[in-house]
Design a protein around this ligand. Structure first.
Ligand SMILES: Nc1ncnc2c1ncn2[C@@H]1O[C@H](COP(=O)(O)OP(=O)(O)OP(=O)(O)O)[C@@H](O)[C@H]1O
Length: 239
């Protein structure tokens, strides 16, 4: 068994004129890992590297022992971007059935994925008539097809009410409990408390890495929000 699900070493990514990731290194293992950092610090760029959607200048990114983006990883990684990635003119069930066929996944998994994201009552609804939160849950259901070993979720709870957010976090934990790695970016600090491990980023670098308790302790802050401000404003360095 591969210990680290993700291994990134000295990764350099340039977007436009800017070195967005100036040589980042990190590992991600099973469990729920939160990726936090100010807007523009490079979270999405890093996630794009892990799914093979980002051109890199140098360094390496490996997932489950394979080069990120290589074909064997196709069904082993689920990725949800900030924009919903389902077809507007198909129903929820039709979208799932389509992606199940593309991925070569058993149709039985469609029902499981729809139930997991709480869209049972909307399975026959055309996506264009769903609310924003329902639409993003439909995208999440697609990412769950194939029972991925790595789930990469770019701010999956934006625009969701507290009940749905809690339900989704319970789902992330259930997925992690069966041995998968779940990497979630978020701006919501109470969500950070629900992660097994936190990676705090600033300007394309990891500035803190540890459990919520460890991050709090290393900064002497009473909560993650204060710890985050402390680190991001450069008054400490816990990494
Ligand atoms: N297509 C692009 N061309 C040039 N620069 C880009 C492009 N996409 C993103 N960038 C820049 O790369 C940097 C990192 O962006 P990225 O989307 O990775 O940040 P982020 O941490 O995910 O931000 P947010 O929390 O706002 O989603 C930003 O400065 C952004 O302006």
């Amino acid at each position: 068994m591969v210990k680290n699900v993700v291994e990134v070493r000295d990764l350099v990514v340039v977007r436009g004129e800017r070195e967005v990731l100036p040589g980042i290194s990190l590992d991600v293992s099973a469990g729920v890992t939160g990726l936090l950092g100010p807007s523009g610090c490079g979270k999405t760029t890093l996630m794009r590297c892990l799914v093979g959607a980002q051109r890199v200048r140098s360094g390496t990114a490996a997932v489950l022992g394979e080069r990120a983006g290589s074909p064997p990883l196709r069904t082993r990684i689920g990725y949800v971007t900030q924009a919903a990635s389902v077809y507007d003119d198909l129903t929820v069930a039709e979208n799932l059935a389509f992606f199940a066929r593309v991925l070569g996944v058993d149709r039985a998994q469609v029902d499981e994925a729809v139930a997991a994201v709480g869209l049972d009552d909307h399975r026959s609804q055309v996506v264009s008539r769903l609310s924003g939160g329902e639409r993003s849950r439909a995208s999440l259901a697609v990412a769950l097809l194939g029972t991925p070993d790595l789930l990469v979720l770019d701010e999956p709870t934006v625009g969701l009410d507290p009940v749905l957010r809690r339900d989704l976090w319970d789902l992330f934990h259930r997925i992690a409990d069966r041995g998968a790695a779940v990497l979630v970016s978020s701006h919501v600090m109470d969500e950070a408390e629900r992660c097994h491990r936190l990676l705090l980023m600033r300007e394309g670098r990891i500035i803190a890495d540890g459990s919520p308790d460890e991050v709090r302790r290393s900064t002497g802050a009473p909560d993650i929000e204060q710890a985050f401000l402390h680190l991001v404003e450069g008054r400490g360095d816990a990494a």
